[in-house]
Design a protein around this ligand. Sequence first.
Ligand code: ZN
Length: 374
Amino acid sequence: MAHNNEVTVQIYAGGYKGEAVSYNLIEQKLLYAADTLPVKKVLMGWPLDKTLYEKTADLLYKKNIEFYLWFSVFSETAAVKDLKKLIDFTGRVLERDNENKKEDFFFCCPKSDRNIEKILDIFSENFYSISKCFNGVFLDKIRYPSFANSRAGRGVFSCFCPECLEFYKDKNINIDELKQKLLNEQKIDIIEYYGNGKYLFKDKLMQQFFIFKSEIIYESLKKICVFFRNQNLSIGFDVFAPFLTPFTGQDVVRLSSLCDFIKPMMYRVTNAPAGLPFETKALRQYTGSKIINEGFLSLDSCVEEIKNLNDVSSCPVYAGIEINKVDDIAHVDSFYIEETIRAYLNKDIHRFALSWNLLDMPDDNIKKAAQMLR
Ligand SMILES: [Zn+2]
């Protein structure tokens, strides 16, 4: 049976600060991709250069391709707004790591309404006037820090600001007991993984804590989505691979009810934030269980995770696969592209988000993806 494959491509055009890439490069790569691949959507962000989006929107309109603004939410935004920081379980403010120069993995408190207002102000002040360029927004960094970017786990065991403490108190969670456990460096003992980010933890309090964090992310995103829906913008979500999500406050199944598509990042060879080897290594250090193992990095496991989410998701699920080649970070070649895409297609998964930067995707990789997906 013939299936229509659907492709979304992501373009990283620069951060809030610093210079954006040239439009010529975007045009050249996009024309090539659009002529060879069944591209339906382009997600691009997030420099504050309006003409870059206007020119790209013109091009995509002619090609009948949807255009989404790739918009960072709880991280990156501190570069342009003064946001309330996360407080860890010892009561200390989580400061910036400066571990990654190109992108910023410093997160603000997602519970704070003041933070949400300021983050949305970034859109109003910089993108509202060109919002007709976009079919929607693609929301990224909709989470807490993970073990891999949180200074010895302190970011995962956050936030303990007065506002968050109030929330836990309302939920009757024993914060003093939890703090004591964390101070004693108790590991997260995992009994079982059920799929779709659902775990059974040995410690009930720990389990509760993670559930409440995902509730905070869900409720905050609900407010953020109302803002964008009111502007007639569609919404996509960038999320971690399901097995990593409870530790960053993302209940992927629940989140799928807020957006129009959801893209778990199944980056099997990326040794950087969101990349499976990078995140899994850090997660393993914090769990006293054999449940988190190399198996999660396998192609079979990735396909299974997407398939499981597909079965219960309220919106379409896009398999987020890395297609860019970045020295020392992501060794993605045409062989990798071929085996990855084939495995998903074999399990009847036909929606792909080619991530995270088309501009760094070698032509050989585009050719191979085209051969597989046309
Ligand atoms: Zn907080």
